[in-house]
Design a protein around this ligand. Structure first.
Ligand code: SF4
Length: 266
């Protein structure tokens, strides 16, 4: 969040991995909804660091390493604010890189259209109610079976690494890396995310815009953000936006606790 005048908020959040206590500076003026994305990412990363430390005490450590992009063939869900942030990032790239990225998104779209998966994903994205796990699992399996590299992947490196979606940050495994070569055939040991930031941001977006969009599959993100650009013109007072976002985090965490540690939302 950026602005001249800001107010400091001290926050304490009880997560399944322990308590996060932190201070954040929130602009007091009007800000776009996307300005909350870095702050929410920070909370997610702090919660994840607690969980990594917790599993570390059990002798487990992440086996994910830079250059390993085995999981970058999975379908990544983004919240609407993240989709706009991704679009802004793409637009900020030098023309040549932008063209390469857009070309890869187009290739992906053509491939998904030819398999009928694009249409299925568009329906899921526009659904007014959350879809059943069975439907989501089915489309995830069909997508993964194609082993399409993420459009942001270049020579097995993530080109949007610092701005990558929360779902990418939250997927960490402790099992041997070679098991990730076929995630359908091999069981992997994941490190649970105490807070799923894309879910929280999706709920926030629904609340603030009174729309039904929760999550957008990454291959659709640029098209979706382009088609919904006007929805992103809306601004809110920083403290109000921050309060609403924290409310979604609390709801997510209390749902997690009432589920007995299973993550909420989706
Ligand atoms: S955004 Fe980056 S980390 Fe996420 S799937 Fe794409 S290449 Fe992988």
């Amino acid at each position: 969040m950026t602005s001249q005048v800001s107010e400091r908020f001290e926050i304490a959040l009880n997560t399944s991995a322990g308590q996060i206590t932190t201070a954040v500076d929130v602009p007091t003026g009007f800000v776009p909804i996307t300005s909350i994305v870095p702050l929410m990412r920070r909370l997610g990363e702090e919660a994840q660091a607690l969980e990594i430390a917790r599993v570390g005490e059990q002798g487990r450590a992440p086996s994910c390493q830079k250059g390993c992009a085995a999981c970058c063939r999975m379908l990544v869900p983004l919240s609407a604010p993240e989709a706009f942030a991704v679009r802004e990032w793409v637009r900020s790239r030098p023309a040549e890189q932008q063209a390469r990225i857009v070309a890869r998104f187009t290739e992906t779209k053509v491939r998904l259209l030819s398999k009928g998966i694009w249409q299925q994903l568009s329906e899921l994205c526009g659904a007014s109610e959350p879809c059943s796990d069975e439907i989501v699992d089915e489309v995830n399996h069909r997508y993964y079976a194609l082993r399409l590299a993420c459009p942001f992947l270049e020579e097995e490196n993530c080109t949007i690494y610092d701005e990558r979606p929360a779902a990418c940050r939250e997927l960490l495994v402790t099992s041997p890396a070679d098991r990730c070569e076929d995630l359908l055939a091999n069981p992997v040991d994941t490190i649970a995310s105490p807070i799923r930031i894309s879910t929280v941001l999706g709920l926030l977006w629904q609340d603030v815009t009174s729309t039904s969009t929760r999550l957008i599959p990454l291959p659709l993100a640029l098209d979706w953000a382009e088609a919904h650009a006007r929805e992103n013109d809306r601004t809110l007072k920083g403290p109000q936006l921050f309060d609403q976002a924290l409310d979604k985090v609390w709801r997510f965490l209390s749902q997690s606790f009432s589920d007995g540690g299973r993550t909420a939302g989706g």
